[in-house]
Design a protein around this ligand. Structure first.
Ligand SMILES: [Zn+2]
Length: 219
């Protein structure tokens, strides 16, 4: 019997028809793309969000695959990468910044939730939906107010005294994470750590204007 690399390096991958990173036939994420992701630099942004990957190259393909091409099998690989590479400190509960309802419904799933649940499994802690969007156009999920100021959230009061780990798939300006973190703090969370699978160039500290504005929102 011949064992290929995927048997050796991947224990329980969901085998899609091709790699989400490079489209070659094989597992959800081929060995070459895994190595490419493992070698990427972690990203720190101005609003305190840490991301495992820059949102470009293979990472961009993989995250687009998760979001738009139903490549749910990569959520676990991304979660493993996030947990291995990012310091998450003490965590009692994992949650996520939910995608607007209309978008998640159209897609049939919320990719941030998939990543959050996979991260929670890696950490061995519960994952709960704690956040709800309290503003945003239901038809488009992207009205003018939200584009200008970012979304706003309300949180369930289940977090009082707990260390919460907040997950997003891709962080852009950081406005979503800042708003979600603020809602969790208002609900009484003892601490809120924010991590993402990837960060766009706009999320990195070089974008001073954006970072400073959202830092003010978060404070
Ligand atoms: Zn690949």
């Amino acid at each position: 019997m011949v064992f290929n690399d995927s048997w050796i390096f991947n224990d329980s991958w969901i085998f899609n028809e091709s790699c989400a990173g490079c489209n070659r036939p094989g597992p959800a994420l081929c060995r070459r793309c895994r190595f490419s992701l493992a070698g990427a630099a972690t990203q720190h942004n101005a609003v305190g969000v840490v991301a495992a990957l820059p949102f470009d190259g293979v990472a961009r393909q993989v995250l687009h695959g998760l979001k738009y091409r139903n490549r749910r099998g990569v959520a676990r690989q991304l979660a493993q990468l996030m947990v291995r590479r990012l310091r998450v400190g003490t965590v009692d509960l994992v949650t996520w910044a939910p995608t607007s309802g209309s978008r998640a419904r159209a897609r049939g799933y919320d990719q941030s939730e998939l990543v959050a649940r996979a991260v929670a499994r890696e950490l061995g802690v519960p994952c709960r939906r704690l956040l709800f969007r309290s503003r945003g156009a239901p038809q488009t999920g992207h009205n003018r107010v939200e584009r200008l100021h970012g979304p706003s959230f309300r949180a369930r009061p289940l977090v009082a005294g707990l260390h919460v780990l907040l997950i997003d798939d891709v962080v852009t300006t950081g406005a979503t994470m800042s708003a979600a973190r603020a809602a969790l703090q208002v609900a009484g969370a003892r601490s809120v750590a924010c991590i993402a699978a990837a960060a766009t160039a706009a999320a990195r500290p070089a974008a001073h204007g954006i970072g400073a504005r959202h830092l003010a929102v978060a404070s």
